[in-house]
Structure formats: structure tokens, C-alpha cells
Design a protein around this ligand. Structure first.
Ligand code: HEC
Length: 124
């Protein structure tokens, strides 16, 4: 009996450890990118070469975490990527309502963001 419960305790500790270990990996994965196929493979719009600057110019004032009015924290790639699924409706379409309180972004910018999203929102 004693040995059994020791083994059981050891097994549970291992299981718990495994779960704790897995959690960050699960968070790191981008649900929007899993199984995503780039639609415009020849067009290299990336977070680092384009999107980062656009976000910094138009969005970060309201989306930087802490007490900022908008949700999320758009100061990092992972922070923006979490919201990529909302961009089509909130940012890219002709009647987009972001940036809040302003007209939609210039059409050329929205087209580029659209390519980025449809290419699975790459970082580089
Ligand atoms: C003046 C402040 C302000 C600016 C500038 C702004 N936002 Fe927002 N944004 C908000 C607020 C507040 C919300 C939450 C209320 C809502 O959904 O309308 C929001 C919501 C969003 C959402 C939806 C999030 C969700 O969980 O559904 C997205 C996506 C978004 N913003 C993207 C952007 C992008 C991209 C830009 C820059 C092009 C931008 N916003 C600029 C204030 C702002």
C-alpha cells in the first residue's frame, strides 16, 4: 500500500510537471497560424519590415497594455499577432472602425495589412 501511494504521488508529480511545462508552449502557438497557408507567397510584407511601423504610428497610443483604453499590447509582435484575426473587420475593410475615432487607414496601407494577414502574419 505504502509503495503504491508513493508511486502514485510520483506519477502525479510528473503529470503536474508535464502540464506546467506544456503551458508556455501552448500559449506561444498562434492559433491563427496553425495550418495557415500564405496566400501571396511572393509578397513579403512582414511585421518587422512594415506592420510594426504602421502600428506604432496609428495604434500604439491606445493599445499598449496597462491603462491604455484599447485591449491588448501592440508593442510586440506576439502582442499584435494575438489580435490578427480581428484585423479584417476592425482595420482592413472599407468601413473599418480602427483607428478608433478616425477614418480607416489609407487604402494602400489596408491592402498591405491584408496581405500580411493572408500570409499568416509573419514576423520576418
Ligand atoms: C483612440 C484609441 C484607439 C486607437 C488609436 C486604436 N484603437 Fe483599437 N481599440 C480601441 C478601443 C477602446 C477598443 C475596444 C473597444 C472596441 O472594440 O471598439 C479597440 C479595439 C480594437 C480591436 C478589437 C479587439 C477585440 O478584442 O475585439 C482591434 C483589432 C483593434 N482595436 C485594432 C486597432 C488597430 C490595428 C489600430 C491602429 C490602426 C487601432 N486599433 C487604433 C481604441 C483604439
Amino acid at each position: 500500500m505504502k509503495l503504491k501511494s508513493k508511486i502514485l504521488a510520483a506519477l502525479m508529480a510528473m503529470l503536474l510537471f508535464a502540464c506546467i511545462n506544456m503551458a508556455p508552449e501552448t500559449l506561444d502557438e498562434n492559433p491563427g497560424q496553425a495550418g495557415c497557408t500564405p496566400q501571396f507567397p511572393n509578397m513579403k510584407v512582414t511585421y518587422n519590415n512594415y506592420v510594426k511601423n504602421i502600428i506604432a504610428r496609428y495604434c500604439i497610443t491606445c493599445h499598449q497594455g496597462g491603462n491604455s483604453p484599447g485591449p491588448g499590447n501592440f508593442t510586440t509582435y506576439n502582442g499584435v499577432r494575438l489580435y490578427a484575426d480581428f484585423f479584417a473587420v476592425r482595420v482592413i475593410q472599407d468601413r473599418a472602425d480602427m483607428p478608433q475615432g478616425n477614418a480607416p487607414l489609407p487604402k494602400s496601407v489596408r491592402d498591405s495589412l491584408n496581405i500580411w494577414i493572408n500570409n499568416c502574419s509573419p514576423e520576418n
